[in-house]
Design a protein around this ligand. Sequence first.
Ligand code: COA
Ligand code: MG
Length: 292
Amino acid sequence: MPRRAWLYVPGDQERKIVKAAGLDTDVVCLDLEDAVAPDRKEDARALVARMVQELDFTGEVWVRVNPPDSPWGEEDITHVLTAAPRLRGILLPKVGAAWVVHWAARHLQRAEEEHGLPTGRLLLAVLIETAAGVVRLPDILQASPRVAVAIFGAEDLAADIGAIRTPEGREIAWARSQMLLTVKAFRRQAIDMVYIAYKDLEGLEREAREAAQMGFDGKQVIHPAQVPVVQAAFTPQEERITWARKVWTTYQEAQREGRGVFVVDGKMIDPPLIQQARNILERAGLLSEGEA
Ligand code: COA
Ligand code: MG
């Protein structure tokens, strides 16, 4: 399932939620955490549950709940899961330890039983945005097979470690790369940080392309204008698809003829390049994941 653009919408803003439902975005994530002020948390929770029930979203719907050790986390997840059949999953913010995943997984399991959904239908995403989250990521990912997605949060991480954000992002570069590698080691999806200067679409495009080149599967966005830019950056370009097709067909021929290594466009092609070609075709939706 491609999750190229992960669009946040404040959970207390009905107008924006309605607008988001009709957008051509892979994911809409209704937020109950930092986009909602403390005195509006309860209203937002009720609105989000109702909107998930009532609206038809183009893409997947996720909800970001408050952490379990906040005054709202328990109520958030309980109430939001009344709309479980229409939800793809729950996003857990500031995850720093495996117990948070266990807590959420128990709630999802119960909701599946109550609604007669198949076990494992409801997924979890974890926001890695604290030093503890980066360091304990292997445990967090392995805490449940429901953890399908990990998301990098640069702003909270900078706050947590006392870093000063710069346009170049050297202060968060190591954590961003480390997070990506760990997520890929456990074969989950990795979603890149938010580009908060939401009117600067050129800067966004540059950062989104870089993320796609690094291996991220998508990027968080906060404004409708960011969605097409990000979705395009995570969609393979025509020339890459042409190259990948050529590698793939030549590979099939080489296999029939018993050759391990071959040449395409004057460059040696061996198994790692065949895998790269496969990744491109998969991402472009031209190859099913099981196809050998
Ligand atoms: N989802 C859906 N619609 C959105 C939206 C979003 N995230 N952000 C803006 N819009 C809508 C606006 O409602 C407006 O629609 P309208 O003209 O029909 O009223 C239109 O898009 C243009 O919005 P604009 O005026 O450019 O932005 P704004 O000043 O209203 O809002 C932000 C700017 C940053 C506050 C807003 O984009 C936002 O709330 N983003 C999400 C923030 C969030 O969830 N943060 C937590 C996770 S990091
Ligand atoms: Mg955050």
